[in-house]
Ligand binder design. Sequence first.
Ligand code: B12
Length: 316
Amino acid sequence: MATGDDRALLRIGELARRLGVSQDVLRAWERRYGLLEPVRSSGGFRLYTAADEQRVRRMQSHLAGGLAAAEAARAALAEEGDRTVVTPPEPAPAERPRETESDPAQALLPATDRGLARLAADLRRALDAFDEPAAEAVLDRLFADFSVETALREVLLPYLHELGARWAVNEIGVATEHFASNVLRARLAGLARGWGQGRGPCAVLACPPGEQHDLPLIAFGIVLHRNGWRIVYLGADTPLADLGRTVEEKRPEIVVLAAVDVDRFRHSIPDLAALTRRTSLRLAGAGATAAVADAVGAKVLAEDPVTEAQRLSPST
Ligand code: B12
């Protein structure tokens, strides 16, 4: 494949950012399934076309629908043969770049980082005002313009984190925090629908006894499923004996436990150590210290939920 117009082409970093997929995953999909057909720049860099981007979006949608990675790739490629066109997300009107005939890939550009910041500010305003319809409208826009991964990593999770700081200095009250958490929880629950489907490896997700903060764990599960995993979600405040029984039954590839408070892990060290003898245990959240992970023989997922879920992709 050759083209004389490098401006219409994307470097791998930009493609990864747009799609919310790591560069490693893109390279793996190219190598294993021939999903991408980069051309080379004069300097030897891989450059990707709008068709590459659309193929990856179709692959993501098939993964989200429960297909295994190889099947999802086959389906994404076959649809191109049938000339099935997947419409890329529509940028917000204010951010929509001008289309030019000589540079068609420009028409596919998503809203810019400025657009993300504006959506984040709109969301905060709507939630601060207890305005659920306005908040839903901003969320609709956000998920239309950006990948789920970008929306979660750049807007929803930072919003939640910041909520705590604003709460700590009395800028907002508990009512705002509860209202906002519940609006976002409902949206995440919608994105999580069907995450138990598919034939990929199984991940069991839970919070240890006493821990209520499960929103980041849900975000993590959503991205994990989009990368081919099957999710068994036990959620907040899970008794470890029940978790152990689920592990026996489902034989998951990994178990991820998340907690804000390290004591939730510290109080259960013997049970957690017993769990690591039966499965691969990962600890996450602010309570997942290296010391407690060492004590139970688990690994720590130290980055944000989206980044960690992408790293655990079975396709890499
Ligand atoms: C929403 C919220 C709640 C909701 C939770 C709703 C839900 N279902 O999740 C409710 C109302 C239940 C709640 C209750 C409480 N909360 Co609260 N809550 C929050 C808030 C505002 C957002 C939490 C969140 O989702 N953050 C988003 C995540 C992504 O950000 P993060 O926590 O900084 O996480 C980083 C990493 O740890 C990592 N990460 C986090 N989780 C995971 C999971 C995975 C899998 C991975 C890979 C990574 C990862 O990603 C982030 C970026 O790197 C935080 C503020 C904050 N700073 O987070 C307070 C906060 C966590 N809560 C706090 C407190 C004190 C409480 C209560 C004790 C309040 C009370 N007096 O009742 C109770 C405790 C409940 C319990 N027993 O667990 C404190 C915790 C202080 C501490 N260090 O212990 C915080 C920090 C607020 C504050 N500034 O004081 N809370």
